[in-house]
Design a protein around this ligand. Structure first.
Ligand code: UDP
Ligand code: MG
Length: 319
């Protein structure tokens, strides 16, 4: 590592997928803002398998601009993967993520960085005046934000805003499987990060196309379910599955006990009663849930033990 590389202060990380008409202006504007700001920086563009000529432009830009680093994926791996690659290769003390379509405004970067310097680990942008279509975007997003806030207890107005700033260690420990980049604040909470938000500007997409349709709403819901599970039970799945499984089993057991009583003591005919079936189903599902819990418990333990992962995160040690 050269001296220059080791002293980078801000790394801007941007996933890029088919943004040929945007990249040049994007890099120029970020560069101007950060040169004015006066701290050392690098811009990392992660090309997520573009096929519209973006790569050729990036190759050219990387030769011309010394602060620019370009990572080219072999194929399209998705926005989360591209962000993670950027975080992995970032050298700055503070990492800033944003979109590559200029919907986020580079002039907001210093504002986020200042907040980090105040002592926060994660500063999330809040697109208070969001310039996206209402029905397909803003409306589902309002609902999702409310739902995520209410269920996870991490209170932010706008989880989905890509414009965020992180302390290095927070960004680097994020594991954004699938499309979990939308849940970065929740994941950071798991890590114990101090989080805040600041209002940022937002612009309509001027060039290029959005990469997502309405179908993502459903996937976000599934991810939310996963996040809730992580937040509450990731290190003790048996308590989750065991509680439900045990409960169902107990109800089923009581039902069958009651029916047995009717049959044996009162001599009633119980063969045709729906309750009989219900009880049997409850018992079986209860046992299965508890079994899943046991397996999940084994998997989780293997995960933590084999990867040498700790079940805690330390902020500092004072001697
Ligand atoms: N993106 C990516 N890989 C993908 C989809 C999107 O790297 O598979 C990038 C895209 O180029 C942009 C950012 O992720 O920089 C956000 O995408 P987009 O603007 O389409 O999302 P929207 O603003 O419509 O939510
Ligand atoms: Mg966009």
């Amino acid at each position: 590592m050269t001296k220059e590389e080791s002293s980078i202060y801000i790394s801007v990380v941007i996933p890029i997928y088919n943004e040929a008409p945007n990249v040049e202006e994007l890099v120029e504007r970020i560069r101007k803002v950060l040169l004015d700001y006066g701290k050392s920086f690098e811009i990392i563009l992660v090309d997520d398998g573009s096929s519209d000529g973006t790569r050729e432009i990036l190759r050219k830009l990387a030769k011309e601009i010394k602060e620019l680093k370009v990572i080219l994926f072999r194929r399209n791996f998705g926005q989360s993967a591209a962000m993670t690659a950027g975080f992995d290769y970032a050298k700055g003390e503070i990492i800033v993520s944003m979109d590559g379509d200029l919907q986020n405004d580079p002039t907001d970067i210093p504002k986020l960085v200042n907040k980090i310097e105040e002592g926060y680990d994660l500063v999330s942008g809040w697109r208070k005046d969001r310039k996206d279509p209402f029905l397909s975007r803003k409306f589902p997003s309002i609902l999702a934000n409310k739902l995520i806030g209410a269920t996870t207890g991490v209170r932010l107005h706008d989880y989905g805003c890509s414009l965020k700033a992180y302390k290095k260690d927070v960004a680097k420990q994020l594991l954004l499987y699938g499309e979990l980049h939308r849940f970065i604040p929740v994941l950071a909470t798991l890590y114990g990060a101090r989080i805040t938000e600041v209002v940022v500007k937002h612009h309509p997409r001027k060039r290029g196309k959005s990469k997502y349709g309405i179908g993502r709403t459903y996937r976000v819901l599934l991810d939310l379910f996963l996040m809730l599970f992580f937040l509450k039970f990731s290190t003790r799945p048996l308590q989750f599955f065991g509680l439900w499984g045990g409960g169902l089993f107990l109800i089923g057991f009581l039902i069958e006990l009651y029916l047995s009583f009717l049959k044996i003591v009162e001599g009633q005919n119980i063969g045709g009663r729906p309750l009989l079936l219900l009880g049997a189903l409850l018992i079986i599902s209860g046992i299965m849930l508890a079994g899943i819990g046991l397996i999940a418990e084994l998997v989780i333990r293997t995960y933590y033990e084999s990867s040498g992962k700790r079940i805690y995160h330390i902020r500092e040690i004072i001697e």
